[in-house]
Design a protein around this ligand. Structure first.
Ligand SMILES: Cc1cc2nc3c(=O)[nH]c(=O)nc-3n(C[C@H](O)[C@H](O)[C@H](O)COP(=O)(O)OP(=O)(O)OC[C@H]3O[C@@H](n4cnc5c(N)ncnc54)[C@H](O)[C@@H]3O)c2cc1C
Length: 181
């Protein structure tokens, strides 16, 4: 989210707040990092990015981690932007109102990342079947199809950049195997 200023945060003396059980669990001002031509926001009168995180997992707390993960993914893809916008504005307004925050004036733009990769889950051997090497769903799903090899973090069953890089390398190696023949 882009705010036109961060005066309310400054007045309240906070840069981040956690709200367990609320729509967003974490809301934070951007890191003070400058790079290339980009300069971070040094003055509360200047615009700034706010990062808000939600971890949807359904309502059934007794469901297995896999089922909670699926419920979260379903929610990510089915919630309307209108609902997300309302929750976003409402939560920020509630949290920052004592600092004089006005969502109608202070919010300049909202970007929503429905980040499916956040749910590229690994395995929990307490709940998942006892897969043998080569039988794991992510291994079956990344099987080369003719001259098409599958990269990305899902292919490594891990939601991090290093998994995406490792999988890209593996995919290229698979294709190299074809080209070398
Ligand atoms: C907010 C956030 C914070 C993160 N923090 C970290 C972190 O601190 N450390 C870490 O290791 N990882 C972090 N990640 C995760 C990391 O960014 C991902 O794991 C990684 O980017 C996944 O790489 P990928 O190549 O699998 O997919 P992506 O990076 O999602 O690349 C997929 C690409 O495919 C393109 N695409 C989609 N559909 C089509 C189509 N039909 N045609 C053509 N192109 C298409 C997309 O535009 C995109 O460029 C973070 C991610 C987010 C969103």
């Amino acid at each position: 989210m882009l705010l036109s200023n961060w005066r309310a945060w400054k007045k309240l003396g906070i840069g981040l707040f956690c709200a367990p059980g609320s729509y967003y669990a974490v809301s934070m001002l951007d890191f003070p990092v400058s790079m290339g031509g980009y300069e971070f926001s040094r003055n509360p009168d200047e615009p700034i990015i706010v990062h808000m995180e939600r971890f949807p997992k359904g309502d059934d707390m007794n469901a297995s981690p896999r089922e909670q993960s699926k419920a979260g993914r379903r929610e990510l893809y089915t919630t309307s932007f209108e609902t997300i916008e309302r929750e976003t504005r409402g939560q920020l307004a509630d949290a920052l109102m004592d600092g004089g925050f006005d969502p109608a004036k202070d919010i300049a733009a909202i970007t929503v990342n429905r980040w499916g990769h956040g749910y590229a889950s690994g395995y929990n051997f307490k709940f998942d079947p006892d897969y043998q090497a080569g039988d794991f769903p992510h291994e079956v799903g990344r099987t080369r199809f003719g001259r098409i090899a599958i990269a990305n973090s899902d292919a490594g069953a891990e939601a991090l950049l290093d998994a995406a890089l490792d999988q890209a390398q593996r995919a290229i190696e698979e294709l190299r195997g074809i080209w070398d023949r």
